[in-house]
Ligand binder design. Structure first.
Ligand SMILES: NC(=O)C1=CN([C@@H]2O[C@H](COP(=O)(O)OP(=O)(O)OC[C@H]3O[C@@H](n4cnc5c(N)ncnc54)[C@H](OP(=O)(O)O)[C@@H]3O)[C@@H](O)[C@H]2O)[C@@H](O)CC1
Ligand SMILES: [K+]
Length: 498
């Protein structure tokens, strides 16, 4: 598991390490500078002419120490100091005195051009960036971005919010960022992840006191432990029963993807409930599935009740269309069922028309909106959601007591009981293809059917979905891969990592 931190958490850890543990601030800074230098030396780039661009906060302090270490290696280095010197931290004052003692060349005027340098080190702002950048700092960042030099950012690309990954006015486009102690959320969330370039993590001796992470991602080594164990002595009932309510007249693809993914993830039985017109095609495509059908203009409520009682977990919504039938099925489901329900796609669009439906359900609810669906659920616009992924998902989870899987390049998962927030880092742009979301609902249902702990069901499913997508992309390429390829590569991932 990889822990991710906010700016506030990082500041708390820094303060705890310095004030309670007793490690000197200058020692941490020296380690930060050495770690940056080591990373730089491992890149195959020229280090003949280097400029280090510093502010007067401690991120600048790291930069001044880096400039001095470069000077000691006989590299031609120039230190540019931007901003108001009266705002210098105590560490910056000390670092500057040391740098002067080692004769590091220091400039305090804004350069018009930095293209004569091979490498630029960006130490303008780290986790202390608190507002939009303008004036001299903005001019400096534009000059850095226009230089054509290799750019290494210290801790954060200056201008990127450590909490949201958003650009505060203007931001440095780095080739590489050395994250000190922990990756900040803004290095993982977009557009920050793109501005950061390659992210390297450096241990500088920070002691994180609170052991419970507030934000985390999974790593491949987590899968074996998290996937539900399979009993040797088993029958098909052992691995759970999934009900997939999906599809609309002559539109059976979503039901197929969801049901097949649930089987491929290991569930014992999958029952599809879909309009009558889809029976023949689905029974041909997926003979393993049980199939019951309905006439969209006349839902048989007693048949639906029977299916609800049969299932351990229910998927509702993929490909159903926003219709009276979808509305009726969702309403009955939420009123009757007490097992976990996964609401996706048109299930969410119908829900957005009447969110009080959620109050009726007694069991756990998982919602899987993409940005457009989330905007409808929160009655806002996509831009607002995209720039505040974590806050948006958290707001919906807490207000409606549901697990929210907000799907984006970095899918964010928040839970009703305010557990740690999961941010997914597996997957690739080839997964932005029709049917990919249906596959995710099937994986989630499949794992829940097999008894995975509900607290980790959503993160494990999203991570597994992304890894299967990465395997599919390796085989078919990101342009050509299909949702069905994600399903086909579930087996590689589940055998490789377990
Ligand atoms: N000892 C430690 O704690 C360690 C810290 N370490 C390093 O320190 C970094 C954190 O340092 P930091 O907290 O000093 O913040 P930093 O990012 O340098 O910037 C703060 C300055 O920027 C200013 N400012 C903010 N926004 C602005 C804007 N838009 N436009 C203009 N000014 C703006 C702000 O001004 P103010 O808001 O006070 O007016 C303040 O002066 C961390 O990322 C890591 O690299 C490591 O070495 C490990 C040990
Ligand atoms: K920086």
């Amino acid at each position: 598991m990889e822990r991710l931190v906010t700016a506030h958490e990082m500041q708390q850890f820094d303060a705890y390490t310095i004030n309670k543990v007793g490690l000197l601030s200058l020692v941490l800074m020296e380690r930060a500078a050495l770690a940056c230098l080591t990373q730089l030396e491992q890149q195959s780039i020229n280090l003949r002419h280097v400029a280090v661009c510093c502010g007067y906060g401690n991120n600048g302090g790291d930069g001044i120490a880096i400039a001095r270490l470069l000077k000691l290696r006989n590299i031609d280095v120039t230190l540019y100091l931007i901003g108001d010197p009266t705002r210098s931290t105590a560490e910056v004052v000390k670092q500057l005195n040391i740098a002067k003692a080692y004769h590091v060349p220091i400039m305090t005027t804004l350069p018009n051009d930095l293209s004569q340098y091979d490498v630029l080190i960006d130490a303008l702002f780290g986790v202390g960036l608190s507002r939009d950048i303008d004036g001299d700092f903005a001019a400096m960042i534009h000059t850095i971005n226009q230089s054509g030099a290799f750019v290494m950012s210290v801790d954060m690309p200056s201008g990127i919010s450590a909490d949201t990954g958003q650009i505060l006015g203007v931001a440095v486009k780095a080739d590489m960022t050395v994250a000190l102690a922990y990756k900040k959320l803004g290095l993982v969330l977009y557009p920050g992840a793109q501005y950061a370039g390659k992210v390297m993590l450096a241990d500088i001796g920070i002691y994180a006191n609170p052991s419970q992470a507030s934000y985390y991602s999974y790593l491949p080594c987590d899968l074996a432990e998290k996937l539900p164990k399979r009993a040797d002595y088993a029958n098909k009932g052992t691995f759970g029963k999934v009900l997939v309510i999906a599809g609309s007249n002559h539109m059976s693809g979503a039901a197929y993807f969801s049901a097949k993914a649930a089987y491929r993830t290991g569930s014992g039985l999958v029952h599809i409930y879909t309009p009558h017109a889809n029976r023949d095609i689905l029974s041909t495509q997926l003979p393993e599935a049980l199939i019951s059908t309905y006439q969209p203009d006349h839902i048989d409520t007693s048949k639906l009740s029977e299916l609800i009682q049969w299932a351990n977990v229910i998927v509702v919504g993929p490909g159903m269309g926003v219709s009276a039938a979808t509305q009726q099925i969702l309403t009955q489901l939420l009123a009757m069922a007490d097992q976990p329900i996964i609401i996706d796609a048109d299930g969410l669009n119908v829900l957005a028309q009447d969110l009080t439906l959620l109050d009726k359900h007694r069991g756990p609810i998982f919602v899987t909106p993409h940005l457009g669906e989330m905007a409808r659920l929160l009655n806002t616009n996509i831009k607002g959601i995209a720039s505040h992924l974590v806050a948006s998902a958290m707001q919906f989870s807490q207000h409606h007591q549901v697990t929210c899987i907000l799907k984006d390049t970095r899918t964010v998962i928040t839970s009703a009981d305010n557990c740690a927030v999961y941010i997914n880092q597996s997957g690739n742009n080839g997964m932005a293809t029709g049917g990919s979301g249906d596959v995710l609902t099937g994986i989630l249902a499949g794992l829940i059917a097999q008894g995975i702990d509900l607290d980790i069901a959503a993160p494990v499913s999203v991570y597994l979905h992304g890894l299967a997508g990465d395997h599919a992309a390796k085989k078919h390429g990101q342009y050509a891969m299909l949702a069905s390829d994600i399903i086909e590569h579930l087996s590689d991932v589940m055998t490789q990592y377990t």
